[in-house]
Design a protein around this ligand. Structure first.
Ligand SMILES: *Cc1c(COP(=O)(O)O)cnc(C)c1O
Length: 552
């Protein structure tokens, strides 16, 4: 009864307010009212549009805006330009430092070189790299030992499929079949149910872009105008790229102390515009696996698709149970998991240029397909972002899976994961180093205890170790491949890390003035990230530039 009375009162109040409002409005010219209403709506829509352009907190956007204005002041601008031009010289030097010839071919030779000459040049260029990949000195990057017999196989396959293109399945039925078989082999590894399907792409980034595109298109069909991706801050940057390319918003949720996504924060982030949830298995920064079964449950509860990013660990996690390591279920056996990305060009050891994106159903995959039915060049349709595809890449991926075989992947998984765990145990004994996140598969991330970890990274680099830099918080990681899965490599790494971290601890400034440390320190203090963008443009430009003369 009470509720009813309350409702009655409320209605009466509204009615009263409405009539007094009408009375007041009747004093105005109706044209003015219409203009004001339309103007107000347009203004409101614009404010909303600008607000929704990004998922960044308003305060952060405001500070960045103010800073970008300060940067326009002539004095500040001159100072920044001076800094950037000196950084530019530094960047050019570092990109080209291994180029011992400083010749640069900028014109196609009028008459072609002989095969011997071309190979000699390629050999010369091949000698530029200085890191000992085969000795396990490089984190990630090359995921296989480059066995001569496998290289020989790939070379034979390449010689047959170099000019094939699965875009034309009628001309290259063999290359098409290889793609189909590769996708199916990986789908079965992930317990793809009846009706599941997928595509072969050029890499993890393309796989992720395709999944985001599919969910965006699905959301549009459901009437969601501006779809949102929900992912942990530790999800791969490819999701930021996908969001930008597909005109979506990426809503980041925090992680817990083990670097696993905070499930409650993820649940709170879900609203009617969310078109997909993301879990990483594992994430790139610390190699930590998000709680996939729980994310899958969230997906089912709110009827939102769930994408599992298994790009990195794609060819480790399916073998972990068999190799003797327990893992929660991460694949399509979770009913809420609707798609998975798995890189074959990482731990499946295929040459770079292959990855698989998988969907629970063909209907989901169809949202990814692209078709122009009325193109003057004929009905045009493609399954992924590319038009013509390198059939040789698909053939090489197919050949690698067949020639390695399941047992070899299980063996490698056992070697890599067990050495990762050994490395973690040994690292825990180091006084100035702290393991960061949960090292669930093959990555070990670590931070400094009272020392600057970036200085450690620089000094490890001088000792021949190429590691990965992380940020928010400051940390570095080593991603173990089969090249690191040896007692000697783990011991050598720990010995160097012990030495270098002690060295940095003995330093008065604890390494804060070392180059990478200084760079990240400076970047962290500047709220306007467009400055970082500018330096990065210089870096990428330097990669395309002709080398500076010797001595520069
Ligand atoms: C490597 C990686 C990707 C992106 O893959 P690319 O092949 O480099 O495009 C995505 N997610 C994770 C977790 C990765 O490690």
């Amino acid at each position: 009864m009470f509720v009813k009375e309350l409702a009655h009162d409320a209605l009466a109040n509204i009615r009263q307010a409405h009539s007094s409002l009408s009375e007041r409005l009747s004093r105005y010219d109706p044209v003015l009212l219409v203009v004001a209403a339309v103007g107000g709506t347009v203004l409101y829509a614009n404010v909303v549009r600008i607000y929704r352009r990004s998922e960044e907190p308003l305060s952060k956007r405001l500070v960045a805006y103010v800073f970008s204005k300060v940067r326009q002041l002539p004095m500040v601008k001159a100072r920044i330009e001076k800094e950037i031009s000196s950084a530019k010289v530094e960047i050019m030097h570092s990109i080209h430092k291994d180029d011992s010839d400083r010749i640069f071919i900028a014109e196609i030779p009028a008459s072609g070189l002989s095969n011997e000459e071309v190979v000699a040049l390629a050999d010369k260029y091949n000698d530029y790299g200085k890191f000992a990949v085969e000795d396990g000195r490089v984190s990630g990057a090359v995921y296989t030992d480059r066995h001569q017999s496998h290289i020989d196989l790939l070379t034979k396959i390449y010689s047959k499929y170099a000019y094939s293109n699965p875009l034309h399945p009628d001309v290259f039925p063999g290359a098409r079949k290889m793609e189909a078989e590769t996708i199916r082999m990986v789908l079965n590894l992930y317990h793809g149910p009846d009706g599941s399907s997928g595509s072969l792409t050029t890499g993890g980034t393309e796989s992720i872009i395709m999944a985001c595109l599919a969910y965006r298109n699905r959301a549009h069909k459901l009437g969601i105008e501006s779809p949102v991706i929900v992912a942990a801050t530790t999800a791969h940057a490819a999701f930021d790229k996908a969001a930008q390319l597909c005109g979506m918003r990426l809503r980041h949720v925090p992680v817990d102390k083990n670097n696993r996504v905070d499930l409650r924060a993820m649940e709170r982030a879900i609203d009617s515009e969310v078109c997909m949830l993301v879990g990483s298995a594992p994430n790139f920064p610390s190699g930590t696996i998000d709680p996939i079964p729980e994310i899958s449950q969230l997906g089912l509860k709110y009827k939102v698709p769930v994408h599992v990013d298994a790009c990195l660990g794609g060819f480790l996690i399916p073998f972990m149970n068999e190799a003797g390591f327990l893992l929660p279920t991460f694949d399509f056996r979770n009913q809420g998991v609707t798609s998975i990305s798995c890189d074959t060009h990482k731990y499946a050891c295929t040459p770079k240029g292959s990855s698989i994106v998988m969907y629970r159903s063909k209907e989901l995959l169809h949202h990814q397909y692209f078709c122009v039915p009325e193109w003057s060049g004929g009905i045009y349709a493609t399954p992924t972002i590319t038009g013509s595809r390198a059939g040789a890449n698909s053939a090489a991926a197919w050949a690698t899976l067949l020639s390695f075989g399941r047992n070899e992947y299980v063996r490698r998984c056992k070697e890599i994961v067990s050495h990762t765990r050994k490395l973690v145990e040994k690292m825990k004994e180091l006084p100035f180093i702290e393991v960061f996140g949960s090292s669930d598969v093959s990555v070990v991330a670590f931070r400094g205890k009272g020392i600057n970890i970036y200085a450690v990274s620089d000094r490890m680099n001088k000792r021949g170790w190429n590691l990965n830099t992380l940020q928010n918080p400051d940390a570095i990681h080593i991603c173990l491949t089969i090249n690191q899965a040896h007692e000697e490599v783990v011991d050598a790494f720990i010995a160097d890390l012990r030495l270098v971290s002690q060295e940095v601890a003995d330093n008065a400034d604890k390494g804060n003035k070392d180059s990478t440390a200084a760079l990240y320190g400076m970047a962290a203090q500047i709220p306007d990230k467009s400055l970082v963008d500018e330096l990065i443009c210089e870096f990428l430009d330097a990669c395309y530039a002709s080398p500076p003369p010797k001595g520069h």
